[in-house]
Structures are given as C-alpha cells and as structure tokens.
Write a protein that binds this ligand. Structure first.
Ligand SMILES: [Zn+2]
Length: 168
C-alpha cells in the first residue's frame, strides 16, 4: 500500500503557491519552467539573485521528461524545487520530483493558467473533469453529484455523492 502514501498532485496540493518564496536554510534553488517568459520565475530570479545559487531548467513539455528527471536527480540535499508551468506540465514534473525523493515541502508550484479538478462518482466509480461547481453531473452515468470536500488520493478525485435532484 506504500504507493498510496505518495503525494498526488491535485488543485489542493500543499505545494501549490501563488508566488515563490525563499526557504530558510536551503542552499540551492532548482527552478523548472515550461516558459522562458514565465512571470513568477522572472520575479523570483531577481529576488534571489546574489543570495542563493540557482539552476534554471526550461522544459519543453513531455519531450524533456527524461532530461528533467536527470536534472532533478542530480541535486544535492538541501535543494528547494520551484516549478512554474501549466497544469499539463506540472502533471509531468511533480510526480518525477516525488519519484526521485522530494517531499511536498521541498516543492513550490506556481501554476500558469487553470488547474484541473476531477470528481469521483460513487455510483459508477469513474472520474469526470469539473470546474468550481458544487454540483455536477457524472460524465459517464449522468448521475447528479454533490462535490464532496474530500479528495481521494487513491481515486485522484473529489468524492462525488449521488443525489436525486428536486424537480421544479
Ligand atoms: Zn457516474
């Protein structure tokens, strides 16, 4: 059951931040981004300039997955990881970082654009993509679902409780 304990990236992950911040006692920063023009990165670079050594890796999506893993694995202890990317690329980088041994506290993730959310239907046991709604219909079985407060790391979605809508 060990795999279920690994952190899973979701819109409520503790690694997600609005802006990058320095972490005390960290000797190095590794910044991974999918855009050389990323604002969060630019701001942070000028903030840490001269103070903390950093390495910047610009990742060209899925094509650079192996290279990104290498860069992540090369780091010494005491490295803080900063990821600035779209949700799509964060879904590639975050699990790689976890795989090579970073904890959620050692990762800050600034998402560029929208974050993805899923609901896990308790009627047909499938995942549907959702936005910020409180109630949705399952994409698979069309059951009306209330979006629960609990995120299941095993199912990779918020638990959706079926209900019968009241006819108006
Ligand atoms: Zn369903």
């Amino acid at each position: 059951m060990a795999t279920y304990k690994s952190p899973v990236l979701y819109d409520g992950s503790e690694s997600i931040v609005e802006q990058f911040s320095k972490v005390e006692r960290k000797r190095k920063c590794l910044i991974i981004t999918d855009s050389a023009m990323n604002e969060a990165v630019g701001r942070f670079q000028s903030e840490i300039n001269q103070e903390v050594p950093y390495e910047l890796f610009i990742m060209n999506g899925k094509a650079d997955e192996a290279k990104a893993k290498e860069v992540l694995a090369q780091q010494k202890m005491g490295t803080q990881l900063y990821i600035a990317s779209t949700w799509e690329n964060a879904k590639i980088i975050f699990p790689l970082a976890i795989e090579v041994g970073y904890s959620e506290e050692e990762i800050q993730l600034a998402v560029d654009g929208e974050k993805e959310r899923h609901i896990y239907c308790m009627k047909c046991f499938t995942l549907s993509s959702i936005k910020d709604e409180k109630e949705v219909q399952c994409a698979q079985c069309h059951a009306h679902l209330e979006v629960g407060p609990f995120f299941s790391k095993v199912r990779k979605g918020y638990i959706g409780y079926p209900f019968i809508p009241i006819e108006e």
